[in-house]
Design a protein around this ligand. Sequence first.
Ligand code: SF4
Length: 351
Amino acid sequence: MALRESLLAWYSHYGRDLPWRHHSNPYAIWVAEVMLQQTQVKTVIPYYQRWLAQFPNVEKLATAELQQVFKLWQGLGYYARAHNLHKAAQQIVQQYEGMFPIRLEDVLALSGIGRTTAGGILSAAFNQPVAILDGNVKRVLARLIALSIPPVKATKHLWRLSEALLDPEQPRNFNQALMDLGATVCTPQNPTCNRCPWKLHCQAYHLNIQSQLPMRKTPAPIPHKLIGVAIIWNDQRQILIDRRPLGGLLGGLWEFPGGKIEPGETVEDCIKREIQEELGIEIEVGGHLITIDHVYTHLRVTLIVHHCRHVAGVPQPIQCDEIRWVTLDEVDLFPFPKANEKIIDALRQQA
Ligand code: SF4
């Protein structure tokens, strides 16, 4: 098939040299695939190298403390990925004696592994003919066929196309070539069609509509939450931090306590109420430290942060998993979400 041949010939010259392509170790490839799910290659590389230095195999990961895993992940975001890697490592040790499974259905049963990640691992590690359909591949295929609806509404069709195109003789190289084409040539903005091995076959190119594809779904408005956050100091110049319950957004990470400002409520009243509800203590709300805007995929938050003083009561982990009094220096030992790192920087600047 001309599409396969031209893509593979292009890949042999222009394919990216990436650290996880130097071997066929399924554990390392799996880690890279998961890191790459929401993060760019150049950001992933140092994380990948540090990860393998600390957790060189699935057993080391399975027996690590979750906090250690989160700490190593800090800065990559979407912490559910790290949590799932940890859980899946334990599944692999318990169910497969530490050997990465090779059957698609077994791989799909592991925590946090969807169809495209499974395809990426099985094709790269075992050269199995399993297709992929990540964001880059969806874009390339949508342009190739000039798809007139958003890819999200044509997922089944795009999967069938990816499967039909996949070279059964060279699935590893083919999938990697497809990913590289999307990442380096058929880019979201200004695709360099003149360098594309599929130029002759590409419908979008022939119709000169490549910049308008893929079609986008009209995004729903992103909800915005205002959050009052407390930096609670005690008389020993320690700060109170708490660990979010596992499972929810940013589950298992540490944070400065606080919560959503209700309509008609002042920031000060919100902070006092939240701290009473979450930790069962009384505080005095003091000066403003910093206000931070942060955007998650489906949510925008504004954190309004105030210094506070512990007045009465012993803190209880009522709506969190754990609480600690820590000094500003000790804060670095705990994994925090990105937005909270800005609070720590602001605290250091004031110290
Ligand atoms: S010709 Fe252009 S739009 Fe078509 S697949 Fe290649 S880079 Fe993408």
